[in-house]
Design a protein around this ligand. Structure first.
Ligand code: UDP
Ligand code: MG
Length: 169
């Protein structure tokens, strides 16, 4: 009940979640799904200690992708990016935890896999910028925008993580 109230409040006032309730939007891209990396990627965020609050396999429409990447619409790679992202199913996810936006970006690596350190997802599993297997929100504000674009409120679950006191003190 408290969770429901807080989520409605957060939605209406666009405050988002803060502290351990911060949320980010991640998506395994079509190449990640084709290459059977979904389990490996989910496992990294689970093992880190973040909490999964939303997940779905979906074929993203071009309309959704154009909106998602609207800041990049003038870039030369934009049409190729939309074609790539709509070439097959993606796994859209919302993860929650302390500093999850920034930490998830570190776990992803750099935009270009060639600049990504081993140990990061892009450093370990891909080679080219145009096939970099995963998306992650770049700020709390972007995360809020992307979560509300990809998920309905009732697709995000508020559940008690029985491990949380082993992750946070
Ligand atoms: N991208 C590309 N060529 C480029 C830069 C970006 O194909 O030169 C693609 C790549 O898939 C990247 C996405 O566009 O992940 C979004 O770009 P952004 O700069 O937002 O990188 P990200 O936030 O994904 O690291
Ligand atoms: Mg980006």
């Amino acid at each position: 009940m408290i969770c429901l109230f807080l989520s409605i409040f957060a939605n209406i006032f666009q405050t988002g979640w803060t502290g351990v309730n911060e949320r980010t939007f991640l998506a395994v891209k079509p190449d990640g799904v084709q290459r059977k990396l979904v389990g490996e990627i989910v496992q990294r965020f689970e093992r880190k200690g973040f909490k999964l609050v939303g997940l779905k396999l979906m074929q993203a429409s071009e309309e959704l992708l154009r909106e998602h990447y609207s800041e990049l619409r003038s870039k030369p790679f934009f049409s190729g990016l939309i074609a790539y992202m709509s070439s097959g199913p993606v796994v859209a996810m919302v993860w929650q935890g302390l500093d999850v936006v920034k930490t998830a970006r570190k776990m992803l690596g750099e935009t270009n896999p060639a600049d990504s350190l081993p140990g990061t997802i892009r450093g370990d599993y891909c080679v080219e910028v145009g096939r970099n297997v995963i998306h992650g929100s770049d700020s709390v504000a972007s995360a809020q925008r992307e979560i509300s674009l990809w998920f309905r409120q009732n697709e995000l679950l508020c559940w008690e993580d029985n491990c949380s006191h082993w992750i946070y003190n």
